[in-house]
Write a protein that binds this ligand. Structure first.
Ligand SMILES: NC(=O)c1ccc[n+]([C@@H]2O[C@H](COP(=O)([O-])OP(=O)(O)OC[C@H]3O[C@@H](n4cnc5c(N)ncnc54)[C@H](OP(=O)(O)O)[C@@H]3O)[C@@H](O)[C@H]2O)c1
Length: 320
């Protein structure tokens, strides 16, 4: 089968469109025929091995997992011994290591049945970004109906889903994005949209989800109510060693000494969170917007596009 492989950290030039052996479902595993795979900034982090602190988990000298990709939607091809939740032919989505491939192996608890109303491309856009948006607002942010909620990076992969989820929870939503995305963010349900390239962010917010990560902590905290909550979800600024985690670490250390709740967001795949994302999508409350779809051999171009073009919503690889 074909897959996007990588044997050394680096730019997209280190990626190859290669022939690799078909995966075989071991005990407790599911093999999926991939229909579509989601691309998010983690694809760039896994490819470059940056920030360097991440290599402690990803592989010190080279990536431990040779095939790139993480989010996927597809059809169950075979199941190993002991798997009862899924059967061949089921349409699924979830986090699947090595999803930039024609087939990949996954743990059943990382999968959910694909909501029928979504295409495979839409479903592949959801796992990591949807879980991040939900965990940021619900678990870290303790979102409540009627709250004033600010989402910075509201036109991006996580942010555009967070706008919809915050609305679903009954919040009054203000989205911050650049000019070309204001219409999309408004259409997704934001009550107010701020084009940060033209105006200063104003207001006082009970909860801020910052997915852009490039403003000083003091500047974002100044937008909180006296006991408001700031959830720091992202950021590509920072040095080679710590990257965007630097600001989040400082916020975590500071939090016990202020009336603000400052929370760093690190989202790991959880079955319950993926189930909740699937239910939101099935109810129609959460619909991913796709900016652009690439074919599997063009995955390097997709990763470059995400890093340089500030897409509106999500970038997806259509595999089959
Ligand atoms: N903590 C976690 O567990 C976790 C999980 C997933 C992702 N992340 C991180 O979260 C970040 C966002 O992820 P994503 O998938 O949403 O990425 P994305 O699709 O690239 O979106 C980032 C958004 O930020 C906006 N932005 C950039 N500069 C901005 C500024 N100065 N002010 C306001 N908005 C600005 C960008 O578009 P415009 O400038 O055009 O509006 C873009 O829409 C990344 O750093 C990613 O690594 C963290």
């Amino acid at each position: 089968m074909k897959a996007i492989t990588q044997d050394a950290y680096g730019t997209t030039e280190t990626l190859s469109y290669s022939d690799v052996p078909m995966p075989v479902a071991g005990s407790g595993e599911v093999v999926i025929r991939i229909k579509a795979a989601g691309v998010d900034p983690s694809a760039w982090h896994l490819m470059t091995g940056l920030p360097l602190v991440g290599r402690l988990a990803l592989g010190l000298r080279r990536p431990k997992i040779r095939i790139r990709g993480w989010d996927a939607a597809g059809v169950v091809d075979s199941v190993g011994a002991g798997v009862t939740r899924f059967a061949p032919g089921d349409e699924v989505f979830g986090t699947v290591p090595g999803s930039f491939a024609e087939f990949a192996c996954a743990a059943p608890d990382r999968l959910q049945h694909k909501p029928v109303g979504l295409t495979f491309e839409q479903a592949a856009a959801l796992p990591t970004s949807g879980m991040t948006a939900l965990a940021g607002l619900r678990d870290a942010g303790h979102i409540q109906p009627g709250q004033q909620v600010l989402i910075i990076g509201a036109g991006g992969g996580v942010g555009h889903l967070a706008v919809q989820i915050a609305r679903h929870f009954g919040a009054h939503v203000t989205g911050v994005c650049s000019g070309s995305k204001t219409a999309m963010v408004q259409a997704l349900g934001a009550d107010r949209v701020i084009d940060y390239t033209r105006e200063t962010i104003t207001g006082s917010y009970d909860l801020i989800l910052d997915m852009a990560g490039n403003r000083p902590l003091s500047e974002v905290r100044a937008l909180l109510t006296p006991t408001g909550t700031l959830v720091l979800g992202g950021g590509e600024n920072g040095g080679r060693w710590m990257g965007g985690t630097d600001r989040s670490l400082r916020a975590t250390v500071l939090s016990p000494f202020t009336r603000h709740r400052l929370r760093a967001l690190l989202v790991l795949p959880k079955p319950e969170t993926l189930t909740a994302v699937a239910e939101l999508a099935a109810s129609g409350a959460l619909v991913p917007t796709l900016d652009r779809t690439f074919a599997l051999p063009d995955t390097p171009a997709a990763i470059d596009y995400l890093a340089t073009h500030h897409p509106a919503g999500k970038v997806v690889i259509a595999v089959a």
